[in-house]
Design a protein around this ligand. Sequence first.
Ligand SMILES: Nc1ncnc2c1ncn2[C@@H]1O[C@H](COP(=O)(O)OP(=O)(O)OP(=O)(O)O)[C@@H](O)[C@H]1O
Length: 372
Amino acid sequence: MSELEVLNLVKQSQEQLIIDHVSFHIADGEFFVLLGPSGSGKSTLIRLLCGFETPDAGQIILNGQEITNQLNHHRNLAVVFQDYGLFESMNVFDNIAYSLQNQHMPRKEIEMRILMASEVLELKSLLKRALTDLSGGEVQRVALAKVLVKDADLYLFDEPLSQLDQKARYRIRQEIMMIHHLKRKPTLYITHDQNEAFAMADRIAVISDGKIQQIGTPEEVRNRPKTLFVAKFLSDPPINLLESYLQYHDVRYHMTTDGLQLILPTRWTNGLARLGPQSKISLGLRPTGLIPQWDLPTLEGVPHVRAQTQVMAVEPMIGRVLVQLKLGFHTLLTAEFDDDHPQALYIGAMLIIGIKMEEFLLFHPTSGELLN
Ligand SMILES: Nc1ncnc2c1ncn2[C@@H]1O[C@H](COP(=O)(O)OP(=O)(O)OP(=O)(O)O)[C@@H](O)[C@H]1O
């Protein structure tokens, strides 16, 4: 059994808090993804976990033992770095063998492990090659082989796909998941790519400015983003944000936005009460949450609202179509539909859309917290 506990970790530079009271837990066998934009503190967190830097406060506990200030070589970790962390002067075999030799593992055992890893990762014919004679995808597989031959307590991957093309990314992603299923140890995978995060994670932590914004399953963070930052970061195409006005009367909240007026469900009243009886509010609507009129029968029996819109622009994609819709007098909405009704989508066409109530995301106008 292995598990990682990170408690209130803080790392400060002269100018800023790089890691701002970060806490999370990774269970045995869990694939945990830290997802955040460039500069959000992801690599710093990996360096703290590796022992290349020491935190200003907080604790790192691995298998019940505090390792916060332990030296890197005393931590039993397997790491794939963004730049692979391999030695160009060594051939493939020696690169894979390096950390095992440092552990004084017998030669026979090293050879056996490398044989097994090179079979799994299809590196057998490359073992004698110089690292400089490999493709980007092959170099990455060498970095994975280094991880596969180790028996570590914690597996760390720092943006391991960022230097690969789309095809190689897919293959390496499958291989990382295979290694994870073979090892079944706590794994922290860092990325700025939400598609990668959703494809791989058991749970995702979204980080921005050194602060964890939300931790949850892919479904939880996608469907119930806790903050406007998370909603914006996870929505591709970008989430529609509408300035709206909230009023409390006749024991219900009423919301008005350009082109939409609705009475909100009473189950949202407690969350909205913080705003008082009259307030601005930010309404988030994901492009995939807008249902075109030919699919309205699917909303039968589901609480939803309908609105009249006009098509302003149409952008075909593979199997999908992005449509810009005008709502009310001046609001522009982006919608993403299946591309199965091209004849209905021309500039100027009038289109009724449906929006499920559960798709309405109401954010605090200043703090950006989700209120419903
Ligand atoms: N040693 C340091 N001294 C001062 N500031 C630093 C130091 N290391 C990192 N930073 C700053 O801390 C912030 C987080 O950096 P970090 O490299 O951890 O982010 P990241 O999420 O890994 O970004 P990327 O995805 O671009 O690699 C950035 O603003 C960076 O400039």
